[in-house]
Each structure stands twice: as C-alpha cells, then as structure tokens.
Design a protein around this ligand. Structure first.
Ligand SMILES: [Zn+2]
Length: 275
C-alpha cells in the first residue's frame, strides 16, 4: 500500500489514540485499516488504568503500527489501588512500550480527589524516571501544577497531550523537553488560542494526535473521532502554518520520534504496506 499523495515517505503518527476504547469494539479492524489507508503509519495507544493494560498490549500486538504506553489516568485514580503502581512497574519491565501514560492532573471535572490524583501522578513520574521513559500527559486546568512537579521529578520529556494553555506555558514545557500535542480542537475556527499556537509555535515542538474516540474534529459533527481523521487534522495544521502537507508529516513524525525514542524499536511493526 502506498501513502496518500503529499505524505512523502514519512506517513503520519497519531501520538494519542484510545484504539482499545469500547466505542471501537465492533469495527476495530476496519478503523485500523482506514487509518493505514489515510497514511497513519503509527498509532500510540495509551492505557488509562490497570484493568486495560492487557487489552492495550494485545491490540498493539494484533494491529500493525500500534504501540503501547501504560499508566493510570487522573480520571481513573478513584478506582485504582496502591498495588496498581507495582503492577505498572512490572508491566513496564516486561512489555515493550514507548512511554508512561496516560497520566496527569485534571481540575476540570467537578467530582475529583485532587490529593489522590496528585499522589498517583507523582508516583508515576517517579516510575517513569526510574525506567528512563517519557510520559504522555493529560492536563486540564492544572498546567502550572504539572510544570512544578516536572521540575521536581525530571523525566526524559514526553508529550503534553491536547495542549490548551498559553504561549508562556507552552514555552515552559518545551524548556523541559516536551512536545505539545495538537488535534481535533485545532480544527474549530472558534479555537482562536489553540489555532494561534499551532500556527506560531516552533514546528519542532509539535506532534499530532486524534485522542480518538474523543475530541471529534469539526467535520465529525459530534460523531466519534477515529485515527483516520489524523490526515485532515494534519491538513489543518498545514493550512494554519502555510506549509505543504509533506512538510508537516515529516516534521511531526520526526518530533514524535524525538519525544518517544523507543518508537524506533517498533519500526518492524510500523512498516505498513512493505511486502
Ligand atoms: Zn487520552
């Protein structure tokens, strides 16, 4: 299979996609195939709790180009147990993966235990540091808090997924060795700040993501997002920056490899379409 026109040799990397989500249970194979047809050569699938570590691992074995990350999401800490942290540590030791994630802090949801979120976040930063792994960050209304913790527990960078902060906060992440993830939110003309950042941040600090099935782009009209939507998302970024799609694909793929160096260990798995 050849890549769509304009994607040059690189293809696109979806740095954040919940391909294991129940929404995809009926047609996961078709959705993975559609992503491949759209030129998405690699899909990073972050776990959200211990209960789905096994599902994420098996999906990444089953579908070419899918690579796992393991972690406990801030919205799932209420049902996590202390021993899940030891299970995470074991999972990282025994399974190939590209990052610890999805982890972070979420001060957006009304019903939350901030102290518990913080405890799991700090413990997982420490685990990531010990394993020498980057992190995939979920951050809502907590950017400065997350930055503060990252300064205290230095991890080898990673990605601030679905970045929605200020230019100054973006610069702080970049100083700490992080890339910023842009996806569906950037496709809405009303998302002025996100579009301004996508257009003006240094291109070497941007990676692409869908967060499928969440954050549907403007053209989905609220329907579930899929990893194939990464192609029109990349086209949106190309338009915002006034660059050809090939340039966006090459730059954002190179950035993903910088942020997640272990992607190269999966290359045999991501060479889609090669005979
Ligand atoms: Zn996510």
């Amino acid at each position: 299979m050849s890549l769509p026109a304009g994607l040059a040799e690189t293809g696109l990397i979806d740095t954040h996609c919940h391909l294991d989500a129940a929404e995809f249970d009926g047609d996961r194979a078709a959705i993975a195939a559609a992503a491949a047809t759209a030129g998405v050569t690699t899909i990073v699938v972050p776990a959200i709790e211990r209960a789905n570590f096994g599902t994420v691992a098996s999906i990444c074995r089953e579908f070419a180009g899918c690579v796992p990350a393991y972690g406990i999401h801030p919205l799932f800490v209420a049902r996590a147990r202390e021993e899940d942290l030891a299970a995470l540590d074991d999972t990282l030791r025994e399974n190939p993966c590209v990052a610890v994630g999805e982890i972070g802090l979420d001060n957006f949801v009304p019903d939350r235990d901030e102290a518990l979120q913080e405890r799991y976040f700090l413990a997982q930063l420490e685990i990531a540091r010990q394993h020498g792994l980057p992190v995939l960050l979920h951050v809502r209304r907590a950017i400065d808090q997350v930055l503060k913790h990252l300064r205290r527990i230095p991890v080898p960078g990673g990605i601030a997924h679905a970045f929605n902060g200020s230019r100054q906060q973006a610069d702080e992440f970049i100083k700490l060795g992080f890339m910023l993830g842009f996806g569906g939110a950037m496709t809405f003309s009303g998302s002025k700040r996100i579009r301004e950042l996508a257009a003006t941040l240094p291109l070497d600090s941007i990676v692409l993501e869908t967060d499928a099935p969440d954050i549907p782009p403007q053209w989905k009209d609220g329907a579930a997002n899929t990893p194939a939507d990464l192609l029109p998302i990349a086209e949106t970024l190309a338009q915002l920056r006034g660059l050809p799609l090939a340039g966006i694909a090459a730059a954002t793929s190179a950035n993903a490899y910088m942020a997640l160096p272990r992607l190269k260990n999966f290359q045999h798995n991501t060479q889609r379409g090669k005979p």
